[in-house]
Design a protein around this ligand. Sequence first.
Ligand code: PLP
Length: 404
Amino acid sequence: MPLDIARIRSSYPALADGYAYLDGAAGTQVPSSVVAAISGAYLAGLGNVGGSFPASRRSGEMVRACRTAVADLVGGEPSGVILGPNMTTLTYRLAEALSRTWADGDEVVVSRLDHDANIRPWVQAAARAGAVVRWAEVDPASGELDAGQYDRLLSARTRLVAVTAASNLIGTRPDVAGICRKVHDAGALSYVDGVHATPHLPIDVIALGADFYATSSYKWSGPHLGAVIASPALLEALHPDKLRPSPESVPEKFERGTLPFADLAGVVAAVEHLARLDPAAEGTRRQRVIASMTAVEAYEAELFRPMLDGLDAMDHVTSHGRPSCRAPTACFTVAGRRPVEVAAHLGERRVNVWNGDNYAWEFAGALGIRDGGGGVRAGVVHYNDRSDVDRFLAAVAELATGRL
Ligand SMILES: Cc1ncc(COP(=O)(O)O)c(C=O)c1O
């Protein structure tokens, strides 16, 4: 069923400021239900987990509910959901634990398409373990990551392949399921960065073949929190550094210190919000999430098309990459203007966008834009509407030579 965008927008208090929030790739706004869940958790009284009084039991329940909600959003089992401050921190933690199982001469494959958070932790861990790093390359013209190259990159020595489900710079969605099949044929593990993909489409970590799938709730209308989903059996076999008295159990042994319990309640509310986007969706929360995210994907594609066509129609604009399958995120440069100036101009016109390499450091280098200040990134999420896109295009059009 089509999304009721007016209803959805009215559930986001921040949108009332009149800005076009096209900066969702760097973090989304949150609906009032998320704010209410977080404040409700504090108002009800919170204790640390493991105590024998109600406030402590409530926190324990929030942890369980949060793992279940994340598993409903992306698939997998609640007991395989590791919670933590953000994707970068969790990826460093997993890289540290996984690299203990690597030997001199083992191999790790990273991709030039990825955010640096799914590159550097592996490159640094490989250096410590004496492992060799192999690079999957992007085609700078299309912005695609060819899955065929993994036939050459994988070997009997490959231990791990890190790849993104969607580029945070231009939205490219590589054939992750195809890559993961090759990874498993080679006897290696896959670590899929789902931070940019999760807000834009239905995700099934099992169908993708992701041994590890990382996501960040602040990209899908939740609070600042990250999660990595893996099979509990796989996590059992790993031994992260941990404190002596902290739990040995999975996934707790990967979670350092105290979790932000109230924020976990906010994550649950965010998943509920996503599950309710398609009001006609029925069944379990997982089924409603899939129906709603399918509707989100269709709506965003419809909204993104005029945005991209509008950029393409402007002679003073270069839109980078032309991937055949993409999340609704564009990166462009404007003739004679530095990306930072373009973003500042759009800010004056009440349009929020980002400029720079957006931490897709390798990819921005491959596109040839890193040294010139990167690009301007704009994208849509489910709470954007046509007026956001039109205001954005009108503001970019003003930058044609001689007009401003
Ligand atoms: C694709 C992608 N991966 C990883 C990250 C890092 O996520 P976090 O801020 O949760 O560490 C980001 C953040 O923008 C991202 O867009």
